[in-house]
Design a protein around this ligand. Structure first.
Ligand SMILES: Nc1ncnc2c1ncn2[C@@H]1O[C@H](COP(=O)(O)OP(=O)(O)OP(=O)(O)O)[C@@H](O)[C@H]1O
Length: 497
């Protein structure tokens, strides 16, 4: 068989026509199986696969339509062409509504028959390719876990269930690191659009001039650097969901354009007069108080009302009772363990940087610790000190016999015995070892340092970027890179299961 040949099933009760067609198609290099009735055809389909099938409409016993129905019920994957006489075109049309891909009226030329079979084969290939690509995309899309059984997270889960089935905009609000993107993805996964595109843009991570071209696309030559035509994310997400992260950072000049597409689905690429229509579900997120931004004149009131149709407020990590332990279990790689006093500190700390900060602290500790046990010395000292300073002395068994080291905390009570002001972590990043015991790479050390600074700034990225001496957007890119490498590691873990 060559690349253009078709695996064809021909079902026709007129012997002459069937044999002529079969001979002609075989001479053209196709593999033809020709039978005279539906029952025989169904039997063959059980044991063999065909790319294209041609069914005569009028056959004694089982008609072409009935055969089509049976083929579909059985789930045989092939493209079906219906052959019909002049008087039965209407029923051929209804056969197409039932899933036939084409019809031909008899008498037809053999050249036409082959041409239609080739088109059907291409259609089948495209259909299968589409299914495969969707599967590949959904596999490569990171699965973000939504861990949480606390009362406040159960309320969030109930809200997600309510908002997911509609196509109305959702505004996810919450402090940095509370999981706004995770929730956005969960909504999309539970919506009827789960198999459609999920496209994201972070308005804070892009230079202002780029946000418009990313969202709406541009024509070639519409500005310096626009060397080719480019569709915007609205067009790419058409039929699916667009997640606009940090919408509070959307430049005021762009807000009317977003409002318009939300109102009537119309938009124009930069530099183009052509109006395009898109149908996109918007999920927006912000860690700002958008109502206050409206008051200050930084955010358009009409746009605020448009996106604030279904508001969803995420609780702080400190408001999720019991979830810290669940998150530790989830994010701690196997076979790592945390000592009980570490668990106590992590449960007492207020986590201003929320889940992102907790994950960073766990990751940092697995880089700094020796072996696979996290001790109090592997936590950032400012976290340990902050908890110490906050707690009342209540433990009876606590012994603090060395500065910077806590012992005997077998229960979750914690001895607050302030460390000397100059106490720092007992290890420095310069002497780190990787979790597998080898030398830490430069990337590991850079990552630990960035996460450290971010944690010590309580998750505040603007302040952390200032302290690191880099632009905030650069910090965003670094964090995204760390997250991507974590996703790769996660998926490796999963593939080992
Ligand atoms: N409920 C959760 N269960 C498990 N992991 C979570 C949960 N919520 C958030 N995370 C993780 O915490 C990190 C931060 O989450 P996410 O990016 O969704 O937060 P965010 O609120 O969008 O933060 P920012 O406002 O800073 O962009 C991610 O690594 C995410 O996978």
């Amino acid at each position: 068989m060559n690349d253009t040949s078709i695996e064809l099933l021909l079902v026709e009760d007129e012997d002459d026509f069937r044999e002529t067609c079969a001979r002609w198609m075989e001479r053209k290099g196709h593999r033809v199986t020709a039978v005279s009735n539906g029952a025989e055809a169904l039997g063959l389909c059980e044991s063999r696969s065909f790319q294209v099938a041609v069914f005569d409409m009028n056959m004694p016993g089982m008609s072409g339509i009935e055969l089509l129905q049976r083929v579909q019920q059985a789930g045989f994957d092939m493209e079906v062409i219906i052959l019909t006489g002049q008087g039965t075109i209407e029923s051929a049309v209804s056969a197409m509504k039932m899933g036939a891909c084409d019809y031909l009226t008899k008498p037809c030329s053999l050249g036409d028959l082959e041409h239609h079979c080739m088109l059907a084969r291409t259609r089948g290939e495209l259909r299968r390719e589409n299914v495969q690509l969707k599967a590949v995309i959904s596999r490569s899309r990171p699965k973000l876990p939504l861990v949480g059984e606390s009362g406040s997270m159960r309320a969030v889960a109930r809200m997600i269930e309510k908002v997911a089935p509609t196509d109305r905009p959702v505004l996810v609000q919450g402090a940095s690191g509370t999981g706004k993107e995770v929730v956005a993805r969960e909504i999309q996964q539970r919506s009827p659009l789960r198999d459609k595109p999920f496209v994201t843009i972070n308005c804070a991570a892009l230079p202002e001039q780029l946000v418009e071209s990313e969202l709406f696309g541009h024509q070639k030559g519409s500005f310096t650097g626009a060397t080719a035509e480019k569709p915007g994310l609205f067009e790419i997400a058409d039929g699916g969901t667009l997640f606009i992260d940090e919408i509070g950072e959307l430049p005021l000049t762009l807000q009317p354009k977003l409002l318009r597409v939300l109102e009537d689905g119309s938009m124009r690429r930069i530099g183009s007069a052509k109006e395009r229509m898109v149908h996109v579900r918007i999920i927006a997120a912000t860690n700002r108080d958008l109502a206050a931004e409206v008051e200050k004149g930084n955010f358009r009131e009409d746009l605020f009302y448009r996106i604030n149709v279904l508001p969803l407020q995420l609780p702080l990590l400190s408001e999720r009772e019991g979830d810290i332990d669940r998150l530790i279990e989830h994010y701690l790689p196997k076979p790592w363990i945390v000592e009980p006093d570490v668990r106590a500190v992590l449960n007492q700390y207020p986590w201003p940087g929320n889940i992102r900060q907790l994950i960073n602290v766990i990751q940092r500790a697995t880089i700094l610790a020796e072996g696979t046990r996290i001790t109090i010395n592997d936590l950032p000292p400012e976290i340990v000190n902050s908890v110490r300073n906050d707690l009342t002395l209540r433990s009876t068994r606590t012994v603090v016999d060395q500065p910077g080291e806590l012992k005997g905390l077998g229960t979750n009570t914690f001895q607050a015995n302030p460390l000397p002001a100059n106490t720092t972590s007992t290890r420095t990043t310069a002497s780190t070892a990787s979790p597998d015991g080898g030398a830490a790479t430069l990337d590991d050390i850079a990552k630990a340092h960035v996460l450290d600074v971010l944690a010590s700034e309580n998750g505040n990225k603007a302040r952390a970027a200032r302290r690191l001496g880099i632009h905030r957007r650069k910090l965003y890119r670094l964090l995204e890179r760390f997250q991507e490498s974590d996703v790769v590691e996660d998926s490796r873990d999963e593939s080992n299961v």
